[in-house]
Write a protein that binds this ligand. Structure first.
Ligand code: TYC
Length: 156
């Protein structure tokens, strides 16, 4: 018996079929070409799987994505303008802590300078808080009043 035929017979014996929902789990063959042959009761021999390829017969039960589980919330790091921090220092901070190239850092610095504030990055909470803290501490160490803040993004 070929690998696809043996797979089809296992699937029939246990009354499994590809995509079957079984107590909230989805039954799937690991090899897609074997999975499709299960319906046909054999079908063409899978070219990629040999007869003694044990993996050919692995039936994977996947738990479907739980619609109740939301992705983790994201947080904005917002840079605030002030009248004293030198522009070049702000550019340097954006390059150092946010890995921006010079042009992007300069553009964002000018946006903050002209509008009062701008989002300079969006991250999971702990990363956003760490980056904001790094900016504020680094500015303080250099005796500049530069400040950043963290704000949750709108959840939609
Ligand atoms: N407004 C500052 C100046 O003119 C420059 C500056 C830009 C400061 C952005 C803070 O987040 C800032 N020197």
């Amino acid at each position: 018996m070929s690998a696809p035929q043996r797979f089809a017979s296992v699937m029939r014996r246990y009354r499994l079929w590809p995509g079957q929902t079984d107590l909230g789990w989805i039954v799937r063959a690991r090899s897609p070409c074997l999975a499709s042959s299960a319906h046909a009761g054999g079908g063409p021999r899978a070219s990629a799987a040999s007869d003694d390829d044990a993996d050919s017969f692995t039936v994977v039960k996947e738990r479907p994505a739980d619609p109740q589980v939301k992705p983790p919330p994201l947080f904005k790091v917002i840079l605030l303008n002030d009248d004293y921090t030198p522009q070049e220092f702000v550019v340097h901070v954006l390059m150092r802590f946010f890995f921006m190239d010079y042009d992007k850092a300069e553009r964002l610095m000018l946006l903050v300078h002209t509008t009062g504030s701008a989002v300079i990055g969006i991250f999971p909470r702990d990363i956003a808080e760490t980056k904001s803290e790094q900016v504020n501490q680094y500015a303080q160490e250099h005796n500049y009043p530069l400040k950043s803040a963290v704000e949750e993004t709108d959840a939609d």
